[in-house]
Design a protein around this ligand. Sequence first.
Ligand code: ASP
Ligand code: MG
Length: 419
Amino acid sequence: MAERERVVLKFGGTSVADLDRIRAVAKIVAHEADKGVGVVAVVSAMAGETNRLVALCSQAGDADPALDAHGYEYDTIVSSGEQVTAGLLALILQNSGRKARSWLGWQAPLVTDDAHGRAKIKRIDPGPIGAAIDGGEIAIVAGFQGIDEAGRISTLGRGGSDTTAAAFAAALDAARCDIYTDVDGVYTTDPRINRAAKKMSRIAYEEMLEMAALGAKVLQTRSVELAMAHSVKLRVLSSFGEIGAENPGTVICSEDSIVEKNVVSAVTLSRSEAKISLLSVPDHPGAAADIFTLLGDGGVNVDMIVQSPARSGDAANISFTMGEDDLTRAENALLESQSRIGFEKIISNSDVVKVSVIGVGMKSHTGVAATMFRTLADNAINIHNIATSEIKISVLIDSRYAELAVRALHTAYGLDAAA
Ligand code: ASP
Ligand code: MG
């Protein structure tokens, strides 16, 4: 049992963009420490810094972690951004009379595997930092970085500071993990697409995971997985408000702690989708297996699959979607094997988007899909493909209907903010 309650606070790049912002963060950290809790602050690099460092790597001929022998040097370079912010925040806190110290990944230590550039956390020794905060010191941890078993610096993939924070919260048995950013929470849909978007007060881990997978860039997916596995209470909130002002943000927690479950909590839009249709594929056992083995071996991540009988003969049409980036690779792989697989024609379309509705309440409600399809039909939007999970329905539609679909569905499921 820790001697006193512990909290982990994480500050993203825009929250530490310059010295003024870091001073503002120091005030938030000090305010939290004044409540008598043990505080760990995890920091990102200053806004734009990681991009700058990645660009330097590529100019030096080392952009891809896979290209330098082990990704060691990429990690050595890009991890430096967080080192600077951690030092600056600790220094500013010390200058204001606080006991504070910076901790780099290797000092904590946060040990990872050796998949450099996208390493996974293996373990954190909670001893040293736990003792420091129990003794009244504020611990400032450099996010995103760790050390592999061979003693080389590693990084956790872009956005990895979120995962650093969730991992420390789990290891230190913290009461909460507050993720400070430049928005005041998680929204029912992207407010830039729909002005009726509402900030959610609570969202379930599973919903947040679906949102992240569908392109909402609020949190690194792994941080949510980790928080869910260890029941870490995550909160997303803004670092830009006045200190001490009401700032509840959005709490990400287990489904059980959400009393009023929405049938649909959020509507998401993913623009970088593409679709391939294969016409007149011979309809015999093994055809689909052949096609999708080929794509899998080619590293194509396939998403929504539809098979339907072709107009004539013993054949089927098969269509599927993938990320836009994978389209050319998928086309080439299929064309190379056209005679072996025996399809007649391939049609590709990257002018499509995926719109999804997400909600844990779907598990126990009927008619959710009907509402979605009815709403799209009323707006004369044609659906190409459909995919569902227990808590999500996704449709593929033409990109020109993207905004219309998001807005119409947002209204249909009662998510619009009061005007
Ligand atoms: N600075 C790193 C990045 O931009 C890690 C982070 O901020 O989460 O990806
Ligand atoms: Mg981030």
